[in-house]
Write a new protein. Structure first.
Lengths: 334, 320
């Protein structure tokens, strides 16, 4: 038993296309400690969802995954055969998807689907599965659990379906849950409830959570640590406090300036913007991926930029990060 | 309140819906006795959870749906079905998803020119120029006129949708979740554009959104909708400082501002979204209300004026 539950080093996902190779995830490394919440934040196309699918071994067939390390609880899982991976998935690591309507099977009852999850991994029999399902439905705040077990997904509201998804992810008592935009499709009130629930459960059970989201409000309120992704790379990591109080990468700063926030931005005043568009992810990057859109771009960024460590657990992919104001020299030595 | 450009008077809309196989039909009151005015040049935000009737309301304003009862007035005059063209000239929609609201087989030029063609505005030769002027207005380069939506980014597509709405030079834009499908960096560009256009053209907005941060940023006034009724209307600043209705308070408390360390609040709302086919008696919010009293389940609360607007809640009459 180690303190680090998930360790990912130099993870790459590439998809061969007619006009070249789409490098969607370009060598990212992170780890998740026991009981910790890591938020991976970024805009569409930055590779955050493919990262989560890559870790779970659920990538589409034509996508190619490589990684120097992909270790779960100290064991390398990068080269496990599909059968062994399937045994792990849903048991010790589980996933919650964005749209619960498409990830639940419309032809089976809630109870059947919850029980199936348990029966696939345990040999305790259907009665135990049913008891566990009832218990968890109550735990995620569903009233009348007994009746809900016999219902079909379409009979439930979006918020209830997402609660069922969470209950399903918890069926086998996983150590790690990866949640990909779990509340994006929901109303703000339901979003607050679901996130509140996830945090409570996490504390109670002590599981680790990887939360993939584009919503900086969610990140700020839920994350212990944050990884900001841009164009398939991690551009900044740090604690939630560090990222929001002292963003170092121009992209992170740009993102934070874009968000209207009651009490923090002035109504009616122009919001910050990030001009331009994300670069093509086909082929290799020859310069900083954010250079075209960066207000601080200069000649030194005309080369691929590595992640510079700027503090314990804090890295920034920018040559300007953590400069000494007096000398203009980088403080930390990379 | 001098100059309402658009007014809803006791507007309701009922749908006949099936209760399921062999169980007959029932009435679903999607919008229930709504009174609302839109002043010239203002931006009114309309917020509420999904299923509360926001979209039905906007469809009635656009004339896409007739009210079951009540009146929709434009400049004080009722508009009926015969005036559809007139209405479309003055009120235009911007929809949520620029991926599905634009015809993928038409060029930007064709998409933006469609309202001009339908209303037969200007000579066909002038229309091309109007389209290009409108593209300038929404910050799109003129060269995209020959592009197809599939060749454009989400933000560009939403600009095309806005251009299509503006090409008739309407007075009122009904924006239904105009940025919900967009990334945050693109969202801020579209919000800035909406603010600029309002200043330049004196537009009136109805902004429907579930994102209260967006509403706070754009709207002067906010109407809060719950299960078909407007439960609170207030000036935006007052609403965010001193909301009166418990539902508004719960909505505001679920806004997650990017402030680390605050955690996720417990809204105290419970998950019991009421069945709109069988709405609760009295105040529709009472089953979820943390401050519900005995009277709330029996009597529908009256509309009480407040310094900044109005509210429908028994607490207002009990305590004052």
């Amino acid at each position: 038993m180690t303190d680090t539950l998930l360790k990912v080093e130099d993870l790459r996902v590439s998809i061969p296309l007619d006009n070249g190779t789409l490098n969607a995830v370009r060598g990212i490394s992170f780890d998740v400690r026991r009981g910790e919440t890591l938020c991976i934040v970024g805009e569409s196309g930055c590779g955050k969802s493919l990262t989560s699918l890559a870790v779970m071994g659920l990538l589409p067939k034509r996508a190619k995954r490589t990684a120097t390390t992909l270790a779960f609880d100290g064991d390398e899982i990068g080269n496990l055969p599909e059968r062994r991976m399937a045994r792990l998935r849903g048991d010790r690591m589980a996933m919650i998807f964005q749209e619960p309507m498409t990830s639940l099977n419309p032809a089976y009852t809630i109870g059947d689907q919850l029980e199936e999850m348990f029966l696939a991994h345990r040999s305790d029999g259907r009665r135990a599965a049913r008891a566990r399902a009832l218990d968890l439905l109550q735990k995620v705040g569903i009233t009348g659990a007994e009746r809900r077990m016999g219902q079909y997904p379409h009979q439930l509201s979006g918020g209830l379906r997402q609660r069922v998804m969470i209950a399903m992810a918890l069926m086998c008592g996983p150590d790690l849950i990866i949640a990909d935009e779990p509340t994006t499709a929901l109303d703000v009130t339901i979003q607050a409830q679901i996130l509140h629930l996830l945090i409570e459960l996490k504390r109670e059970i002590g599981l680790s959570l990887v939360l993939i989201t584009h919503d900086l409000g969610v990140v700020a309120r839920v994350a212990d640590r944050v990884a900001v992704m841009y164009a398939g790379e991690i551009v900044e990591t740090g604690t939630a406090q560090e990222i929001f109080a002292n963003p170092q990468h121009p992209y992170t700063r740009g993102l934070l300036d874009c968000v209207p926030a009651p009490g923090m931005t002035k109504p009616g005043e122009p919001l910050g913007t990030i001009p331009g568009v994300v670069p093509s992810l086909i082929g290799e990057l020859t310069e900083c991926a954010f250079r075209e859109r960066c207000p601080l771009a200069h000649d030194a960024c005309r080369r691929p930029i590595p992640l510079y460590p700027v503090g314990p657990g804090r890295e920034v992919r920018c040559v300007l990060a953590d400069r000494d104001e007096r000398t203009g020299e980088r403080r930390a030595t990379a | 309140m001098s100059n309402p450009v658009l007014e809803l008077r006791d507007v309701s809309r009922t749908f006949r819906v099936s209760r399921g196989l062999m169980r007959g039909k029932t009435d679903l009151k999607a919008v229930d006795g709504v009174n609302l005015t839109l002043q010239r040049g203002e931006a009114l935000g309309l917020v509420g959870e999904s299923g509360c009737g926001k979209t039905t309301l906007s469809r009635m304003l656009l004339g896409l749906l007739a009210p079951s009862s009540g009146e929709v007035l434009v400049d004080g005059k009722p508009l009926d079905a015969k005036d559809r063209r007139e209405r479309a000239r003055r009120i235009q929609p911007v929809f949520q998803d620029p991926y599905s609201s634009l015809n993928p087989r038409k060029t930007v030029q064709q998409i933006v020119a469609t309202p001009l063609d339908v209303h037969n505005v200007g000579a066909p030769g002038d229309r091309a120029k109007t389209v290009l002027d409108t593209l300038d207005m929404v910050g799109l380069p003129r060269r995209v006129a020959d592009s197809y939506p599939g060749q454009m980014s989400g933000g560009q597509r939403q600009r095309v949708a806005i251009a299509r709405a503006l090409v008739m030079r309407p007075e009122i834009l009904i924006c239904d979740e105009p940025t919900s499908a967009l990334d945050v960096s693109v969202q801020s560009q579209i919000l800035n554009l909406l603010l600029e256009l309002q200043k330049e053209l004196g537009l009136t907005y109805l902004l429907i959104s579930h994102n209260l941060a967006v509403v706070e940023h754009i709207a002067n006034r906010v109407a809060v909708m719950y299960l078909g009724r407007i439960v609170e209307v207030s000036r935006t600043a007052d609403l965010f400082r001193d909301a009166r209705h418990p539902y508004t308070k719960a909505l505001l408390s679920s806004v997650l501002t990017p402030e680390p360390g605050l955690g996720v609040p417990d809204t105290g709302l419970g998950g019991a979204w009421p069945n709109p086919m069988d709405p609760p008696t009295g105040c529709a919010f009472h089953p979820r209300c943390p401050r519900a009293m005995d009277v709330c389940s029996r009597v529908r609360p009256a509309t009480t004026p407040t310094p900044a607007g109005r509210v429908e809640c028994h607490l207002e009459t009990e305590t004052v």
